[in-house]
Design a protein around this ligand. Sequence first.
Ligand code: PEP
Ligand code: MN
Length: 245
Amino acid sequence: MIKRDTFTVIAGPCAVEEDTFLQIVDFLKDCGVLYIRGNLFKPRTHPESFQGLGEAGISLLHEVHTSGLKIVSEAMTEKQADTLKAHVDVIQVGARNMYNYPLLTYLSNTNRPVLLKRAPSATLEEFLGSAAYLKDTPVILCERGIRTFNRETRNTLDLPTALLARDKSDFPVIADPSHGTGRADLVAPMALAAAAAGLDGVMLEVHIEPKRSRSDPMQALNFPSFEEFLQKLDRVLSALGKDMG
Ligand code: PEP
Ligand code: MN
């Protein structure tokens, strides 16, 4: 379980892709990562963009799940949650659905922990209000960047508010510097900052060949950068007396 007294790294591609997913998972497993991003249903800004493998990708999730790894996967609808439930450990509610109260109410009763991402315009009160709809299931909060006037970054990773969310609730709170910055060069420094600040984990996009990724190619770490990040993370966590969970 993702909890407060350890530091959890959730990693994997933006979306599960048929030809690369298992190679990425093998690499992450060798690195000691336990929680895999395994998204089959993608909320995309444009309907023409790759929408994810959908149900066709279930067998890939099943293979990874039965190998002992844990999967975090997004559901945008109740039907998607039902499809995913047997094959994943954590259901993700993406930033676009933070305000989808009927979905949150439904997920509260699906007997799976929910990773709730902050909407890019949500106040702390709104974020915690949405979490309160999940009263019957464990919740992990995720700060994934808010919309500001910045043009150089995709979003502005709001670590101070993530710390306040941690202060004002009992939930573990993690950061997603991939969507929070939109730039591979800023992902590791911001993930280390999240660890140093006392958050409970990070979610990172990793791809065997980022430029080939069918979604979010600019923000995925390649394998060498991810390994380098883990070495630095180890030093930060040792200084804090924390383990990687
Ligand atoms: C994701 O993590 O796959 C995602 C779509 O992120 P967000 O909902 O934060 O945009
Ligand atoms: Mn993405």
